[in-house]
Design a protein around this ligand. Structure first.
Ligand code: MGD
Ligand code: MGD
Ligand code: SF4
Ligand code: MO
Length: 743
């Protein structure tokens, strides 16, 4: 008997629907769900590997405790007792800052991450909180926070309606998109050109995305901030500013435009390698398109000018009249988002509420830059990190100057990890707490529905039941022991608290569809088999399309989503000005001093960095559609075939160094060195080399049988933890000066 299950793929931001066939308790086939309202059958090579992931014998199913001879199975009770005793002793003696937390990327792909981590952080009360955000998109959060009052109000390209997409530092043909959820990005990009629009890609490499675009411009790594400011400069100088319908909602326009006055196309051309005439032409095309959108991602954010680039991206969207209009840059709206007052306005957003102890880096969004985690562990004194909790992260492979972090983790007094694998990071943990596989939990995209190019609601149930505790229960038990409730407290306490808080807010909120109702009464009507599903139900029902617990019988609720496993399409993006603004002025703040004050020095610095020492090249990263940061290399079907961890190099740069295709070379940066095979290509800008991240699995003490056989090298041995975006604290992962010599 074959049963068919529908399940959203949780591996990347694209949220593809999967059709999963199960016979006798085993997955026999996974393919794209052709009836999915959003993905329409699209799937990438990773989607079908949820089977292999689920069946992977190396995937942890039992808590692990580290011993002198390696990790061993222990019971859940022993694991939590160990954590309770050791972690609490450190906190009692040294205070909460002695415990650091690192949160990895998959937390945004689960229901545990968005809701069950906040209670842990509150119970702990440490300022030493770190996450993958500061090796990724935090500049986008900072500029959005300062401009719109909400760090999560990130503008996304209205892909399906735009006539012109200017895309910088993103390669959705491999990554399937980021901060713009859209299954089948490639198809949606092609559709722009097919309907007479234009796609222009700016990237130091002619990626598959660049090759498929109408135009590709090579750019010198790290210079996009200057390029984007120059595009704005041309629009001002040539009298092309058009604010469109957003005109009444703007503050600080004159200061913002003054800030780009020095960024002439000639200045940007000298730094970026894109000639001034082309910069002028692109500016004119942007300004004259029926609708247009500027979109930048990892390549423009993981550099020192990341926040300026993110600000300039949105400034361009504003001054071309594309803010909040169909086909332009718009905001998404998740079904569970709470309604906001129509007039907008709020408390605004601040950065730098505290600083890191050793090098004084600013707090952003409640976190410190992950690049300073190692020094905070190494440096003795009050406030030193002595213990670490990692949840769904592998910073030993994913964060800068990673050899230093690896050594620092080895010196911790205590470490706990919540993870699926014993990998390069979790091998340092005294206790590893496993979580169920992706097929053993329900799914609702609490994060990605907020930044999706269509308004969509979808909840999918688990494919398999499990004996293991749920991830939310694991996190709840950590919270409770941090609260001093001991290792055996009932995890349901946390789920109930979260649910009560949602309902209490909703009934207190005059804009809510349950305003004035009795929260306790609503609670008796909440559906869902698990704490996370009940929370989803309460949030959806009190959201924009919700049933308001009976107020609108046709409205959304969990049972309705359960009956629609292909999802419910709620339509194209809708304009949301000014309701979506949370700035105290209820305006878009175009000239945040935190950005503009730092800008002149930053732009000078970008120019200075284009001058390289003799023989130096600039290293950039890359993604392959078969990878997922560091953690899916243990799946044989994904790593089989040609080696993917190679250094790409232009033939000109290779021949001048006497390097031939397939040679092994030594790549050296200020902080580290590695050996890797070379692949020659014409698709790179000369002077640039490219190495993917997330490899480097030849490490003792892990349990990754397949990955260890095709280990590759860790590119973050080369990235420099001392060079950060000074505004957001984001790490510099692209444009790293390196030398390359034949072995
Ligand atoms: N040089 C360079 N470095 C980079 C980047 C780059 O472009 N270049 N990209 C950066 C970016 S954008 C990011 S987001 C970071 C990612 O950095 P990390 O988040 O630190 O790394 P991942 O490889 O995503 O590790 C995810 C971990 O979560 C575990 N895991 C998977 N699913 C679950 C789950 O459901 N629950 C739990 N508890 N654990 C789970 C995996 O086993 C793995 O250990 O890497 C960054 N590093
Ligand atoms: N297959 C796969 N998919 C993934 C992931 C994965 O590891 N593998 N990771 C997921 C995660 S966590 C994220 S955040 C997203 C990221 O998704 P994307 O942002 O699309 O990331 P990349 O594919 O790394 O594309 C970054 C591009 O920036 C270019 N670049 C480098 N430096 C510069 C520069 O200075 N300027 C410009 N203009 N370009 C530059 C690189 O050549 C590269 O083509 O992908 C997600 N999806
Ligand atoms: S693009 Fe691939 S990894 Fe991303 S959601 Fe779709 S199937 Fe999963
Ligand atoms: Mo990321």
């Amino acid at each position: 008997m074959t049963e068919t299950h529908y399940r959203t793929c949780p591996l990347c931001e694209a949220t593809c629907g999967l059709e999963i066939s199960v016979t006798d308790g085993k997955v026999v086939r996974i393919r794209g769900d052709r009836d999915d309202v959003f993905s329409r059958g699209f799937i990438c090579p990773k989607g079908s590997t949820l089977k292999q992931l689920h069946e992977d014998p190396d995937r942890l199913r039992t808590p692990q405790r580290r011993t002198a001879t390696g990790h061993i199975d222990v019971s859940w009770d022993d694991a939590f007792r160990d954590i309770d005793a050791r972690l609490r002793a450190i906190i009692d003696e040294h205070g909460p800052n002695a415990v650091g937390v690192y949160l990895g990327n998959p937390n945004v792909h689960t229901l545990a991450g968005p809701f069950w981590i906040a209670p842990i952080l509150r119970a702990l009360g440490s300022r030493n909180i770190f996450s993958a955000s500061t090796v990724d998109q935090v500049p986008r959060n900072v500029s959005s926070g300062l401009m719109f009052g909400d760090p999560y109000a990130v503008l996304i390209p209205d892909l399906d309606r735009t006539s012109y997409l200017l895309m910088l530092g993103a390669n959705p043909y491999e990554s399937n998109g980021s901060l713009a959820t859209a299954p089948d990005w490639p198809g949606r990009m092609r559709a722009i050109s097919e309907r007479g629009g234009r796609v222009v890609v700016v990237d130091p490499r002619r990626t598959r995305s660049a090759a498929a675009a109408d135009e590709h411009l090579f750019v010198r790594p790290g210079t996009d901030a200057l390029l984007l400011c120059a595009l704005a400069n041309v629009i001002v100088a040539d009298g092309l500013v058009d604010l469109g319908g957003a005109a009444h909602h703007l503050a600080g326009l004159d200061e913002a435009l003054a800030a780009v006055a020095s960024c002439t196309p000639e200045r940007a051309a000298a730094a970026s390698g894109i000639d001034a005439e082309t910069i002028r032409r692109i500016a004119h095309e942007l300004a004259s398109a029926d609708s247009a959108c500027v979109y930048g991602r990892v390549g423009v954010h993981t550099v020192a000018g990341g926040t300026v680039a993110s600000w300039a991206t949105d400034l361009l969207n504003v001054i071309t009249g594309n803010l909040d209009r169909p086909g332009g840059a718009m905001w998404g709206l998740a079904p569970h988002a709470r309604p906001r007052p129509a007039a907008g306005g709020g408390r605004g957003y601040r950065i730098g509420r505290w600083t890191s102890r050793v090098s004084g880096r600013s707090e952003v969004t409640g976190e410190l830059p992950t690049a300073v985690l190692a020094e905070e562990i190494e440096t003795e004194g009050a406030g030193q990190i002595r213990a670490l909790i990692t949840i769904a992260g592998n910073p030993v492979l994913t964060t800068p100057h990673s050899e230093r972090l690896d050594a620092a983790l080895a010196g911790l007094e205590y470490m706990v990890s919540v993870d699926l694998y014993l990998n390069e990071t979790t091998r340092h943990a005294d206790v590893v707490l496993p979580v169920p596989s992706q097929l053993e939990k329900s799914h609702y995209d609490a994060v990605f529905f907020n930044q999706s190019v269509r308004q969509v609601a979808k909840w999918t149930p688990p494919v398999f039941a499990t004996e293991q505790p749920s991830e939310t229960d694991v996190l709840a038990r950590l919270t409770l022991l941090l609260r001093g409730k001991g290792p055996d407290a009932d995890p349901a306490i946390i789920g109930d608290e979260l649910l009560d808080a949602v309902l209490a807010h909703a009934v207190d909120d005059p804009h809510s569809n349950v305003f004035g109702r009795d929260a306790l009464e609503l609670r008796t009507d909440v559906d869902g088999d698990t704490a996370e599903d009940r929370l989803v139900d309460a949030q959806i029902r009190t959201g924009r399309w919700g049933d308001g617990f009976g107020a609108d019988p046709d409205g959304l609720r969990l049972t309705m989503l359960a009956g629609n496993p292909h999802g419910i399409d709620l339509g194209a993006l809708e304009p949301r000005l000014p309701a979506n603004l949370r700035t105290p002025s209820a305006k878009v703040e175009l000239a945040p001093p935190e950005i503009l004050d730092a800008m002149p020095a930053l732009l000078d610095d970008i120019e200075r960095r284009t001058v390289l020492a003799e023989g130096e090249l600039l290293l950039v990263g890359r993604r392959d559609v078969r990878s997922n940061n560091s953690w899916m290399h243990n799946i044989d079907v994904l790593v089989r075939g040609r080696a993917r961890c190679t250094l790409l190099m232009h033939a000109i740069d290779a021949s001048s160094r006497g390097i031939a295709a397939g040679d092994t070379v030594i790549v050296r940066s200020r902080v580290g060195a590695l050996e890797t095979p070379v692949e020659l290509t014409d698709d790179l800008m000369p002077g640039v080399v490219s190495l993917p991240h997330g490899w480097g699995h030849a490490v003792a003490g892990t349990r990754l049988g397949v990955a260890a056989g095709r280990p590759g090298v860790n590119s973050n041995v080369l990235t420099d933890g001392d060079v950060l975006d000074p505004i957001s604290g984001n790490a510099t992962l692209n444009g790293i000066p390196v030398t390359v010599v034949a072995l």
